[in-house]
Write a protein that binds this ligand. Sequence first.
Ligand SMILES: Cc1cc2nc3c(=O)[nH]c(=O)nc-3n(C[C@H](O)[C@H](O)[C@H](O)COP(=O)(O)O)c2cc1C
Ligand SMILES: [Mn+2]
Length: 476
Amino acid sequence: MIWKDFRSFVAEMDRRGAVKLIEGAHCDLEIGTLTELMCERRGPMLLFDAIAGYPSGFRIAAAPYGTTVRTAAALGFPERSTAFEMVKLWRDKMRSYQPLAPVQVSSGPVLENVMEGGSVDLTRFPTPIWHEKDGGPYLGTGCSVITGEPGEPWVNVGTYRCMLHDAQTTGVDIAPYHHGHLHMAKWWAEGKSCPVAVAIGTDPYLFAASTNNVPWGTPEYEFAGFLKGEPLEVLRGPRTGLPVPANTELLLEGEVPPPDSERRMEGPFGEYTGYYAGGEKMAPVIRVQAVYYRTDPLLHGAPPLKPPMSTGLSTPSGSVLGVWEGLEKCGMAGIKGVYSLSTGGGFTTVVSVQQQYAGHARQVGRIASGLMHSMCRMIIVVDDDIDPSNAEEVLWAIATRSDPVTSFEIQPDSPSGTLDPMISPERKKSGPLTSGRALIIACRPWEWKDQFPAVNRASDALRGRIYDKWRSVFEV
Ligand SMILES: Cc1cc2nc3c(=O)[nH]c(=O)nc-3n(C[C@H](O)[C@H](O)[C@H](O)COP(=O)(O)O)c2cc1C
Ligand SMILES: [Mn+2]
């Protein structure tokens, strides 16, 4: 099934019984807390309509990709895929990557309603305060920020949070190494404001492209076209000239002035690590000059939640595919999988390996650590019988196949980031943004691995035989 737009995905999930309609909820913490409670239960996607103080039809679909089942549906993977199977499927898919350029269209549903100049009023759209200690309401969570470079044709699309400041201004908070920031910095260096468009409620393909790390210079539109198997339809943003998705639910166009001319307080915001660690800081703003929206706009809400819950569509790749590829490029054989445990708050990377020679597991761990360019507290290397996406199994491996004295290696001064809760307020201001890392080798010792106690789990063959004979025992 190919998703035409965001609302067709939500409608199909509804048809499958995976959506619950809620009417009358309030933007002030009700929508956010209901979303958290339902995600915790791995329940349906919540569709908020008749939001208190807003007209019916101005809707929010919250955490549409909040379960592995809905993530798999969005990306066209088999319904029962586990998170780790999706990493493998995604990796296989990327092997045949072919950019698919978007097609330019002259009009689209997003132009159904327009506000321009002085009539721009962002307060018309329901904008939740998602978490109790958030510094304000966030319009941009499930959003895609579109930018270009001065004089260059390629366009970037990235998901960066946008806090609502007032009827015509939002914030935009981008990590300094992300492409949207690198683009903006080029305009600012010329003393100019950076033209920008923000799409909210795009089809799943563009959202997947804008949340997964696509290399610098690779246009996310082409990547999204590849994921879709069809070119995306874009139109020329009337105000900025940037290509914008024709089918997005809501689109803002405007500019980001150089931060030395205008910045405002941004945050705190509940982040995917499970903390408000980024705090409150001065951040660039978007001066919104035009707003376009579909009739009965369906906004996409993707509030970060405390692990293990995750509301992005980045589960399939996370930061780990680069590590997996990198290990293989370095000639490491026997890699069965790499996974960033969401329970680990984005700080825990697990590599599963079939050991090949003395020292192999440790070498794999050291290389994996070298490949983790940002926040990471632990690299855990496990044998190939351990599912790296199963936190309980990984903990069992650490407890039973490692000795803290010999199997833990401490690496000081590794790169970290502003969202790291262990970096003191002082160091957040003046640096360095570094953290120690533990490399944990939780593998059977190579030298005597054949004498290591056997695992008392029935073999797959025995399980299959017994299950087939006694099938009725398991039928409920
Ligand atoms: C739900 C969600 C929210 C995100 N919010 C932010 C954010 O506020 N700021 C940021 O720098 N990155 C954020 N990210 C990560 C980036 O969107 C992601 O790394 C993306 O690939 C960056 O695109 P780029 O490489 O083109 O800059 C978020 C990711 C997800 C899944
Ligand atoms: Mn990019």
